[in-house]
Design a protein around this ligand. Structure first.
Ligand SMILES: Nc1ncnc2c1ncn2[C@@H]1O[C@H](COP(=O)(O)OP(=O)(O)O)[C@@H](O)[C@H]1O
Ligand SMILES: [Mg+2]
Length: 250
């Protein structure tokens, strides 16, 4: 459904992404794992149009999307969240999602529009989906961190995507926030039949969500496969899990 062909990204000669041939299969929940600096966010930015490849291409349903601006890629059905929080902190939870729906539907707010009721039901439906109905009139910036991430998820879903891209969705979360996020991500991708691509450094999160994993290391995909296969891969264990595989302990 989403493919990259021989994708490269260099920053002033530094090779952040090298020759990535990647395939995302419709309906799967695919994790990109790899240590800090491996190139995970750069790879996301190349897919979503926030960066242009140095070489190679990205295709969605067969069509070339590299070169398109981010908003066009969102319109095609790929929505993402960012590693850092991306909400309007002074607006209410309701308004954050409402604004996203208005933007998505190209509505123009004008003097006569009863703006406060626009997309009311759709907004409430999305907030119910991410378990934020209880916080609907709260100021977004005052929510607990985990709830801000849930709000971000609702904002991403306002674009009505087919593919959801989440960059480190549980980074910085407490164990209970992480558990709640895992539950929501699994529920939502299933109930909306979404294809999921996510990056994550916490292996327990990866194994609770992903049905396929790709390991990124120094900008290259080292291994790709089902969680059990990747877990057993000797090379992956050596570079990513930091294990001294094959060395007898003294
Ligand atoms: N805009 C940029 N300019 C220069 N170097 C960058 C830029 N973005 C990322 N990098 C470098 O590319 C590498 C991969 O970064 P990143 O994709 O953020 O990794 P990850 O998300 O896996 O932690 C890092 O060494 C980072 O310093
Ligand atoms: Mg990153």
């Amino acid at each position: 459904m989403l493919e990259t062909h021989d994708l490269h990204k260099h920053f002033d000669g530094f090779k952040a992404i090298t020759a990535i041939n990647f395939k995302l299969i419709e309906g799967e929940r695919h994790a990109i794992i790899g240590p800090n600096g491996a190139g995970k966010t750069t790879f996301f930015n190349l897919i979503t149009g926030h960066l242009q490849p140095s070489a190679g291409e990205v295709r969605y349903k067969g069509d070339l999307i590299s070169g398109l601006p981010p908003y066009r890629i969102v319109k095609l059905g790929l929505a993402r969240s960012f590693q850092r929080i991306n909400i309007y902190p002074r607006m209410t939870v309701f308004q954050n999602v409402q604004v996203a729906l208005i933007a998505q539907n190209n509505q123009h707010l004008h003097f006569f529009t009863r703006a406060h009721n626009l997309y009311k039901e759709e907004t409430e439906d999305l907030l119910e989906l991410v378990d934020l109905l209880g916080e609907i009139q709260d100021i977004a910036g005052e929510l607990a961190y985990g709830k801000q991430k849930q709000l971000e998820l609702a904002i991403s879903l306002a674009a009505n995507p087919r593919v959801l891209l989440l960059d480190e969705p549980t980074a910085g979360m407490s164990p209970s926030e992480t558990a709640e996020s895992i539950r929501l991500i699994n529920d939502i991708t299933q109930s909306r039949s979404l294809t999921l691509l996510f990056t994550e450094h916490d292996m327990s999160v990866v194994f609770s969500i992903a049905d396929r994993i790709s390991v990124l290391h120094h900008g290259e995909i080292l291994a790709s496969g089902a969680p059990d296969e990747v877990r057993k891969d000797v090379e992956v264990r050596r570079v990513y899990l930091g294990e001294e595989v094959g060395h007898a302990s003294a």
